[in-house]
Ligand binder design. Structure first.
Ligand SMILES: [Zn+2]
Length: 151
């Protein structure tokens, strides 16, 4: 379980970084144009798609397009991995915490009560201990006060 959670968290972090890199790579302006302005791959790709090839040669446009696809692929794939890894982290731990709670007392559980008269340990079920018991050591009838779980 712990290993799965660690691996899931690591995958989530790495894919999150992947989403960030893909996003910045594609949408943040870092390509220097001839006039000194910067444009993002997404903008450059849009320009190429709209056939305004005045700024970019056709060779550049095909490069831009593959970069755009790579950036979006990185972003998209990382996003999918991120979601999957988050699911891996959340789902098994959620199931694991669903424990069956029984309100019925465990009848097989035995309890130890020390006799107030002779100190002998008397073992019995919880029902016996709720009433009065006869000490097996000295035979005194008494109500057990303190109970210990019998292993
Ligand atoms: Zn006794």
């Amino acid at each position: 379980m712990a290993i799965r959670a660690i691996l899931g968290t690591m995958t989530a972090i790495i894919s999150f970084i992947g989403v960030g890199i893909g996003f910045f790579f594609t949408y943040i302006p870092w390509i220097e144009n001839d006039d000194g302005t910067y444009s993002s791959i997404n903008e450059a790709n849009n320009i190429c798609q709209n056939d305004l090839v005045a700024l970019f040669a056709s060779q550049e446009c095909s490069d831009i397009e593959s970069l755009w696809l790579a950036g979006n692929g990185c972003c998209g794939l990382s996003l999918i991995v991120l979601i999957l890894s988050l699911l891996v982290i959340i789902i098994p731990s959620g199931r694991k915490e669903t424990t069956i709670v029984s309100n019925k007392p465990d009848v097989s559980q035995k309890w130890i009560a020390n006799c107030p008269q002779c100190g002998a340990q008397n073992v019995g079920s919880i029902e016996q201990m709720q009433g009065q018991i006869i000490c097996g050591g000295c035979g005194v009838l008494h109500s057990p006060v303190s109970l210990e779980k019998y292993p």
